[in-house]
Ligand binder design. Structure first.
Ligand code: FMN
Length: 173
């Protein structure tokens, strides 16, 4: 068997208040620990995804949607993304639900997953801190919805499953 080509993986994220950015970094660290060549970047910094074999794309949920920049990113890079191995994640629920059961993608994100033939989508818990910007964020906090509901081990386990799939895929290339 010939040596397998190193597979370059991009972990791209859209994060208004930093919690999805941190989830993306955890995934990147986990992939590198599993010997995957992974880079992590905000989608605003990415002009092309052509250099990558695989893309993990995640965004925070706002009013039941991904932010517009995440949707536009998919539209702009759709051609390349349909040819790549793609995984998607969302970060949102401000309670323990995401660690207790699988939360389906919101409809628009489910449609993106189908269009890109993504290998999977997962919803992770979110985080709302005192620093979060905006009137609604302040309102949510007043209702006692603040806190950090992300589960790093859950995120890392997902990262490991991606690494395992990437290794299988690259052995078949
Ligand atoms: C204005 C606002 C609206 C939100 N709407 C949703 C929502 O519809 N569904 C959800 O699961 N989480 C919702 N959340 C929680 C965020 O998705 C969560 O805080 C997430 O971790 C934010 O990611 P970010 O820090 O990367 O921007 C909302 C938070 C705010 C502040």
């Amino acid at each position: 068997m010939t040596a397998t080509k190193p597979r370059r993986t991009l972990v791209a994220y859209s994060s208004k208040n930093g919690s999805t950015a941190e989830i993306a970094r955890w995934i990147g660290e986990e992939l590198r620990e599993q010997h995957i060549d992974a880079e992590v970047a905000p989608i605003s910094d990415i002009s092309s995804v052509a250099a990558y074999d695989a893309v993990v794309l995640g965004a925070g949920l706002y009013a039941g949607r991904w932010p517009g920049e995440a949707v536009r990113f998919v539209r702009r890079h759709r051609q390349a993304l349909t040819e790549q191995d793609v995984w998607l994640f969302s970060s949102g629920p401000l309670d323990g639900s995401a660690t207790e059961r699988a939360i389906p993608a919101v409809p628009a994100v489910a449609r993106i997953a189908a269009k890109l033939d993504a290998h999977g989508h997962v919803t992770f818990g979110g985080r709302l801190t005192d620093g979060a910007r905006g009137f609604i964020a302040r309102g949510l906090r007043k209702q006692g919805k603040g806190g950090d509901f992300r589960d790093r081990e859950q995120v890392c386990a997902w990262g490991r499953s991606i690494a395992a799939e990437l290794t299988v895929v690259s052995n078949h290339h």
